[in-house]
Ligand binder design. Structure first.
Ligand code: NAD
Length: 487
């Protein structure tokens, strides 16, 4: 960033009886829905000591390229929770998502997204829907490790680790246990991504055994997503890697009634952030029309995390009452169901008016002593498999078909076993129909899969270069307890 880092933290959070929280007002509709949410929290008597921080567009515009000022990290570190309005993230270029940066930097590994329908008061095709999506928040393609390697090839790394999978899957089962949920379902695509999603599924099966009182099942994500959109009532808690969880929680929230009604908690061992699941909806900004419910319900999750359960209950019940009395923002307004079309701030005033009321038709929430968010300190059971280097995949950039030159070259350090293009085998035994792009993968292995040194990899790279090829990267090939660690 252009702004120099201060040598010492300049922020002091003064401890009072009030609970210190950080608040970011966000971009687009963010400031309006945050104003409405804070108004309700204040009128409900929430003992919060609010420390506002600036993040997002306004910070980018000041030239701070991370989108968050250094001092703000200090505030986040010294407050008990972070209530964040949505922020606008540059698309298809620009900087890394600030949402992702905050979640990963603060270690907020569990993203909890309850998606519940409020039929018949909010129109939905799924009146019995009550699904909690538990999304892994630190790994997967969201690591943002991307490369352009040739004229035509761009690559994103999908990272799934055992500790990352254990943390989120155990969290999902603990969440189910503490919230009286009956079943945890896992979605992956391990029929295709046998290593990364395969690990997630394997860890799910291992951890499920530790929770015999909770049912478990696994769906391949494509049919799982179709079932979720069609018959969400068959699901209870669903745990997913980051990308599927991000996409499917928007789908789940929207089919429950609106993305405008689903709050979200991001939980870590040393902090937590609460937000709406939706984004900054720039087209709706500045019109006082956005639904503040998702952020409000995010703040209810925050009160539960801060163990202010009675307060959480009071606000949540007032919100349910507002919904069943037909006071609706435009996104959930339906003739024949809704009674009054409300602006953002007017909706908040209505919730405030109902603060001591309970819903009569929708089931009132009762949170006493039971719905605390658990932070679970996980120790990974990482296996100590014997790791042996037996070869290397070398990626080369060329527009000419390189098969003849590669297969007639004399390789000394290792032997050429296979050439593929976009994962399709081209040699030996390739098919003429296969379409090829300008990046090729050469698989070099030792004879009889014998263990080799790193020097041998360097030597083969030199040989590739001497043969006139432009290598764009390599992947070492390891055996783990004699099993291949490569696809
Ligand atoms: P979005 O969720 O902001 O909005 C999509 C549409 O949903 C809106 O046009 C609107 O019709 C409706 N909508 C969303 N929230 C609503 C509300 N509270 N009340 C009524 N209607 C609502 O999705 P988008 O347009 O794809 O994203 C806009 C920006 O938000 C992007 O920059 C994106 O990166 C960012 N984003 C931020 C977060 C976050 O801060 N956690 C999450 C998602 C997207």
């Amino acid at each position: 960033s252009k702004v120099p880092r201060p040598m010492k933290p300049t922020i002091k959070v003064i401890m009072s009886k009030k609970i210190p929280i950080a608040v970011a007002h966000g971009d687009g509709i963010g400031p309006e829905i945050m104003k409405a949410t804070l108004h309700i929290l204040q009128e409900a008597g929430a003992p919060l000591d609010i420390h506002s921080i600036e993040i997002g567009e306004q910070v980018y515009n000041k030239g701070i390229l991370t989108g968050i000022a250094y001092n703000s990290w200090e505030i986040l570190r010294h407050t008990k929770a972070f209530l964040k309005a949505p922020i606008t993230t540059p698309q298809g270029g620009g900087l890394k998502s600030l949402n992702v940066t905050i979640r990963t930097t603060l270690g907020l590994y569990a993203n909890i997204r309850p998606c519940i329908s409020y039929a018949p008061f909010i129109a939905t095709k799924h009146p019995k829907m009550d699904v909690v999506i538990v999304r892994e928040n630190e790994e997967d393609l969201y690591a943002g490790i991307e490369y352009r390697q040739t004229q035509d090839v761009y690559k994103s790394l999908k990272i799934i680790s055992r500790p990352g999978s254990e943390k989120i899957i155990r969290y999902a089962f603990e969440y189910a246990s503490h919230h009286n949920r009956k079943k945890v379902t896992c979605f992956t695509k391990d029929n295709i991504m046998k290593f990364s999603d395969g690990l997630f599924h394997k860890v799910f099966n291992e951890i499920a055994k530790e929770y015999p009182h909770i049912q478990n099942d696994h769906w391949i994500v494509d049919i799982g997503a179709a079932k979720l959109a069609d018959t969400p009532e068959i699901f209870d808690v669903i745990v997913m890697p980051n990308l599927y969880g991000d996409i499917l929680s928007d789908v789940a929230a929207q089919i429950s009634g609106s993305v405008g009604i689903a709050g979200s908690a991001n939980i870590g061992d040393r902090g937590a952030m609460f937000e709406a699941i939706h984004g900054s909806a720039p087209r709706r900004a500045g019109q006082n029309v956005a639904n503040p419910s998702a952020l409000l319900l995010g703040s209810v999750l925050m009160l539960l995390y801060l163990e202010k359960t009675l307060l959480a209950e009071r606000i949540h019940n007032a919100w349910l009452k507002t919904i069943e009395e037909g006071f609706h923002t435009y996104d959930i307004f339906k003739e024949g169901i809704s009674k009054y079309k409300m602006g953002t701030q007017e909706f908040a005033l209505q919730v405030i008016k109902f603060l001591d009321k309970k819903p009569q038709h929708l089931t009132p929430v009762t949170y006493q002593n039971k719905n605390k968010f658990q932070t679970i300190h996980i120790h990974s059971h990482s296996t100590a498999a014997k790791r042996e280097l037996i070869g290397v995949d070398v990626f080369i950039y060329t527009n000419q078909n390189p098969i003849k030159a590669l297969t007639t070259n004399k390789w000394n350090a290792l032997s050429l076993q296979m050439i593929s293009n976009r994962g399709v085998k081209i040699w030996p035994d390739g098919q003429p129909e296969t379409f090829c792009i300008d990046q090729w993968r050469l698989r070099f292995l030792s004879k009889n899969n014998l263990c080799i040194t790193k020097e041998r990899v360097l030597t083969i790279l030199e040989e590739v270069s001497q043969a006139g090829f432009d290598s764009t990267g390599t992947e070492n090939l390891y055996l783990f307890d004699k099993k291949p660690g490569f696809s």
